[in-house]
Design a protein around this ligand. Structure first.
Ligand SMILES: Nc1nc2c(ncn2[C@@H]2O[C@H](COP(=O)(O)OP(=O)(O)O)[C@@H](O)[C@H]2O)c(=O)[nH]1
Ligand SMILES: [Mg+2]
Length: 605
C-alpha cells in the first residue's frame, strides 16, 4: 500500500513536471526553464522513485557530460578500461546515452518502472549516432589488468551539452544526468569555459551531485596552470551544495594514439587518479545513493518556486482576463441599479403602508373616537390630498427588468469579445478565449448561463420582497404593547392638538375650520412617520435586491467566466492542476524520502 502510494505519487509528480516542461517549450525564451523542469522530472523518475521502490543502491551510476568534442567518449573509455566508446572528431556524434558495464556486472537495474523516462532500451548494439529516444547497454569483459570497476559501476557516455533549445538529444542528456550518483564533467583545453556547458554544469551542481572535472588535451606542462585557472574562473562561480560541488579537477594531457587505443596499459598515470576519485565518491554504494536521493529531494524543495514560476506568464494572462471580467461585472451591476432599481417603486410597500395606518387606528370605543377625528379631518385630508396631487411629479413608467439586464449582458459580452480580440496575439489564453467566441459558442453559453441564473434570481427575489413587506406590519401585530403605545400616542396627539386649538381660541366660528385642519395635520404627521419607516424599508429592499441580483446573477456569471479558460479540458485547466499538485506532491515526497532514509540508516551503517 505504502509502496503503491509512493509510486503513484512519483508518477504523478514526474507527469505534472513533464507537462509543465512541454507547456514551457511552447513559449519563447523558456528553453532553459524547460531544461530545469526536465531535470526535476528526471530526478523524480530516476533517483527518488527507485529508492522509494526499494531498488538496491548498486550499481552506482557515473555519468560523463561535457561540450561537443571535449573528450567525453575518450574519458568513458579511460574509466571503463576498454575502447568501446566511439571517440569521434565529428561534433555531436553520440546521439543517445550509452551505458558501459561489466559482462558479469549487475543485471535488471534498467527494470524499474519509469527508468530514463521516454528513452527505450535498445535490444541490440547500435552505433552511437543513432538519433532516437533510446539508450543502450554495452557489456565489457573484465580485463585482468584494469580490474573490475564496472562490476558495481555503470559508466554512461552522453550526447553533447551544446544548446538549451529542444533539440532531440537535450532531454536524453538531462534524463541520464539526473540518474547520476557521480558526474564527470569533461572540458577541453581550448574550450574549458564555453558558456553553454558551464550553464549546464551550474544547473547539475544544484542537484547536490558530486562532480569530478576532467580537463583534456592540454600540453602536460600547462596542466597545473590550467587547473588553477579553471578553478579560479569557473569553479569559484559555481554552487557548492553540501555533499556535492566540484570535488576534484583532474588534467588529462593530450594523449598519443597508443594511449588512446590502450588506456589501461598506456595511460595509467591519468586513468588511476580518475578511478580513485570515482571509487571514493561511490563507496559505500548505499551512502552514495542516499546522497543522490537527498540531493534530488533538496533540488525539488529549493527549486519549487522557480519550477512553478514558468507559469507566471500564464497566471498573469489569466489574471488580466479575470480583471476584464470584473470590469464587465461592475458595469453590468451599475446599469441594473441606474436603469432599473432606482426607478422601481416596490408596490408591495404601498400596501404595507396602508396596513400600518389601519393598525394605528384605535379599535372598539376608540374606533368611534377615531371616526370622529376622521370626520373632523376630512376637510384637511381633502385639502392635503389636493395639494399632494398638485405637486406630485408625473410618474415615469419604469422599464421592465429583463430587457435592461439583457442589454447590460450584451455590453458585458461585447467587452469580453473585444478584449479577447485585442490581446489574442499576446498569450495563448487570450487566443483560446477568442477562439471560444468564434468557434465554441462562448457567447451562447454565457446567455444560457444568464437565463438559468435569472430564474434563480427571480425566485429568490419574490420571496425576499414579500417577506420584507409583510415583516413590517407583522412585527407590529406580534408586539401588541408597542402597537397600543403607538395607537395611544397617535390618539393623544390628535386629541391634544384639537383640545389645544379650542383652548387657545375659545369656541369660535373659525374653530370649525381650525380644529379639523389641526386634526388632519397630526394625522399627516403620523402618516409621514409611518411612511418614513416604510420608505426606509423600501430603500433597504432596493439595496437588498441589488445584493440578490449580484448573488444569484452577476457573481455566479462572473465566476464562471473567470474560470472558463481553465475548464473543459483546456491547457489552462491542466496547468492549474499541475500548479496545484506539484507543491503538495513535493512536500509529501519529502516526507516519504525522510522516512525511507531513516528506515535504511541502521542497515546501511
Ligand atoms: N590525440 C588525441 N585525441 C583526442 C584526445 N582527446 C580527445 N581526442 C579526440 O578528439 C575527438 C573528440 O573526442 P571525443 O572523446 O569523441 O569527444 P566527445 O565528443 O566529447 O565524446 C576525437 O577524435 C578524439 O579522438 C587526446 O587526448 N589525444
Ligand atoms: Mg562522444
Amino acid at each position: 500500500m505504502e509502496t503503491l502510494t509512493a509510486r503513484a505519487l512519483t508518477a504523478q509528480l514526474a507527469d505534472d513536471l513533464g507537462w509543465l516542461e512541454q507547456h514551457c517549450r511552447e513559449q519563447p525564451d523558456q528553453a532553459q526553464a524547460a531544461g530545469k523542469l526536465h531535470l526535476a522530472a528526471a530526478l523524480v523518475r530516476n533517483c527518488i522513485g527507485p529508492m522509494l521502490d526499494e531498488q538496491p543502491p548498486v550499481p552506482t551510476h557515473v555519468v560523463v557530460v561535457g561540450g561537443a568534442g571535449a573528450g567525453k567518449s575518450t574519458v568513458a573509455n579511460l574509466l571503463s578500461g576498454a575502447v568501446t566508446a566511439e571517440a569521434n572528431p565529428q561534433a555531436g556524434f553520440t546521439r543517445h546515452p550509452i551505458a558501459y558495464t561489466s559482462s558479469n556486472g549487475p543485471v535488471n537495474w534498467t527494470a524499474h518502472a519509469g527508468f530514463l523516462g521516454a528513452l527505450q532500451l535498445l535490444p541490440q548494439p547500435s552505433p552511437s549516432n543513432l538519433d532516437e529516444d533510446v539508450y543502450q547497454v554495452r557489456r565489457i569483459k573484465a580485463d585482468p589488468v584494469s580490474g573490475d570497476l564496472l562490476k558495481d559501476f555503470i559508466i554512461w557516455d552522453c550526447p553533447d551539452m551544446t544548446t538549451w533549445a529542444a533539440s532531440s538529444y537535450l532531454p536524453r542528456l538531462l534524463e541520464t544526468a539526473a540518474l547520476a550518483d557521480i558526474l564527470v564533467y569533461v572540458a577541453s583545453d581550448e574550450r574549458y569555459n564555453d558558456e553553454i556547458p558551464t550553464q549546464f554544469l551550474h544547473l547539475l551542481l544544484q542537484t547536490g551531485k558530486p562532480v569530478v572535472v576532467v580537463l583534456m588535451k592540454m600540453k602536460e606542462s600547462d596542466a597545473p596552470a590550467l587547473i588553477a585557472h579553471f578553478q579560479r574562473e569557473v569553479v569559484a562561480h559555481l554552487p557548492h551544495p553540501p555533499g556535492g560541488g566540484v570535488i576534484a579537477t583532474l588534467a588529462v594531457p593530450f594523449l598519443t594514439s597508443d594511449q588512446l587505443t590502450d588506456p589501461v596499459r598506456q595511460a595509467p598515470r591519468y586513468r588511476i587518479p580518475l578511478l580513485n576519485q570515482v571509487a571514493v565518491l561511490g563507496t559505500p554504494a548505499a551512502a552514495a545513493r542516499r546522497r543522490t536521493v537527498l540531493g534530488a529531494m533538496q533540488f525539488l524543495v529549493h527549486q519549487r518556486e522557480q519550477l512553478l514560476s514558468v507559469a507566471q506568464q500564464d497566471l498573469r494572462a489569466l489574471q488580466s482576463w479575470q480583471a476584464v471580467v470584473a470590469v464587465g461585472q461592475a458595469d453590468f451591476e451599475q446599469r441594473y441599479l441606474r436603469e432599473y432599481l432606482t426607478s422601481e417603486k416596490f408596490r408591495g410597500f404601498d400596501e404595507a403602508l396602508l396596513r400600518l395606518m389601519e393598525l394605528l387606528e384605535l379599535p372598539g370605543i376608540g374606533k368611534f373616537l377615531s371616526s370622529t377625528l376622521y370626520v373632523l379631518r376630512t376637510p384637511g385630508r381633502l385639502l392635503m390630498g389636493a395639494i399632494t396631487k398638485a405637486f406630485r411629479r408625473p410618474e415615469t413608467p419604469s422599464r421592465p427588468e429583463l430587457p435592461i439586464l439583457e442589454d447590460a449582458l450584451g455590453s458585458w459580452i461585447d467587452l469580453l469579445r473585444k478584449e479577447a480580440a485585442r490581446h489574442a496575439d499576446e498569450h495563448g489564453l487570450w487566443a483560446h478565449i477568442e477562439a471560444g467566441f468564434h468557434h465554441s459558442g462562448l457567447a451562447e453559453r454565457i446567455w444560457e448561463r444568464f437565463q438559468q441564473n435569472y430564474r434563480n434570481f427571480q425566485t429568490g427575489l419574490a420571496t425576499e420582497v414579500d417577506r420584507t413587506a409583510r415583516a413590517i406590519y407583522e412585527q407590529l401585530e406580534k408586539t401588541p404593547a408597542l402597537l397600543n403605545t403607538l395607537r395611544g400616542s397617535k390618539f393623544a396627539l390628535d386629541a391634544a392638538a384639537i383640545g389645544g386649538t379650542l383652548a387657545a381660541g375659545g369656541i369660535n366660528w373659525h374653530d370649525f375650520i381650525l380644529v379639523p385642519l389641526v386634526a388632519s395635520l397630526t394625522h399627516q404627521l403620523v402618516e409621514l412617520l409611518g411612511k418614513t419607516v416604510v420608505d426606509a424599508q423600501r430603500e433597504q429592499t432596493r439595496e437588498r435586491q441589488q445584493a440578490l441580483m449580484k448573488q444569484h446573477l452577476s457573481a455566479p456569471l462572473a465566476e464562471w467566466l473567470a474560470q472558463w479558460p481553465a475548464t473543459g479540458g483546456s491547457d489552462f485547466e491542466r496547468l492549474q492542476l499541475a500548479l496545484r499538485r506539484i507543491p503538495t506532491a513535493i512536500t509529501h515526497l519529502e516526507e516519504c524520502v525522510q522516512m525511507a532514509i531513516q528506515q535504511k540508516v541502521p542497515s546501511a551503517s
